[in-house]
Design a protein around this ligand. Sequence first.
Ligand SMILES: [Zn+2]
Length: 303
Amino acid sequence: MADTNPTPFEYSCACAAGALRRRSFVALLGGAALTAGLPAWAREGVDVGPPSAASKLISAEQVEGAAAKQYNQMLGQASQKQALAPANHPQVVRLRYIAERMIPHTYEWNKHARSWRWEVNLLGNKQINAFCMPGGKIAFYYGILDQLKLSDDEVAMIMGHEMAHALREHAREQMGKNMATRGAIEIGSALLGLGSGGRLLADAGGQLLNLQFGRDDESEADLIGMELAARSGYDPGAGVTLWKKMAAASKGKQIELLSTHPSGPTRITDIEANLPKVMPLYERADKPDRRFGPPAAKDEPSR
Ligand SMILES: [Zn+2]
């Protein structure tokens, strides 16, 4: 019987994802009105220029398909280890609430984000880490919420940063670069469909969870992330406290998030310099009607 019925976790996750999609659909009109009729120079918010040209070696659909597969595998493994937080966990409720506020503001950055099957999950893992895989597959590790004692505003800054990587297709760009370094013969045979294409894609996809972004992509994600947070009613000034906490925590130990998201020396000053561009958006934005705090001791995963 257990094999044919969904577990409570899976059932809850499906409900939450459906709720996110419904909410996204309702917010569709608002997003479209945001930019109507405005020339690029008159746009309010951060200025990051056009997206960098993504590699033609691999399509957005291929990247998103690989991401969805890996994300589901990761959730399955976490679930087996009792390390996938259920939908009613206070920190899952918190993360999904914040994500629901932010997702409608992503459409301006990537029109396909409307049809993504956004998911938000919490893993019982002590690492200081979080990610949003291509196609909107978000995960936070318990360690980042607990060890950095993140405020809602700081969670929104991380979530916005990770969403920005997905919206700007930084993973696709990076995978294309990685594939291109493997030599013309292998890529040539992949393009001709001579058999290694599947393996090449699988290899490139295998890097998704540990993909390291370049500094330019990091700066772009910082700026787009702070605008997403501001438009969603979260204080973008929290980027400063967030990265200070991250720097303090990185003294004496390795932080997983920093190893995949290399920080330039001017990260905090760049965020401060861009605050005036997004503070008016934050001040005018609808503010969250629910506020949450960092995890309480009782929220800690049992294993
Ligand atoms: Zn990053």
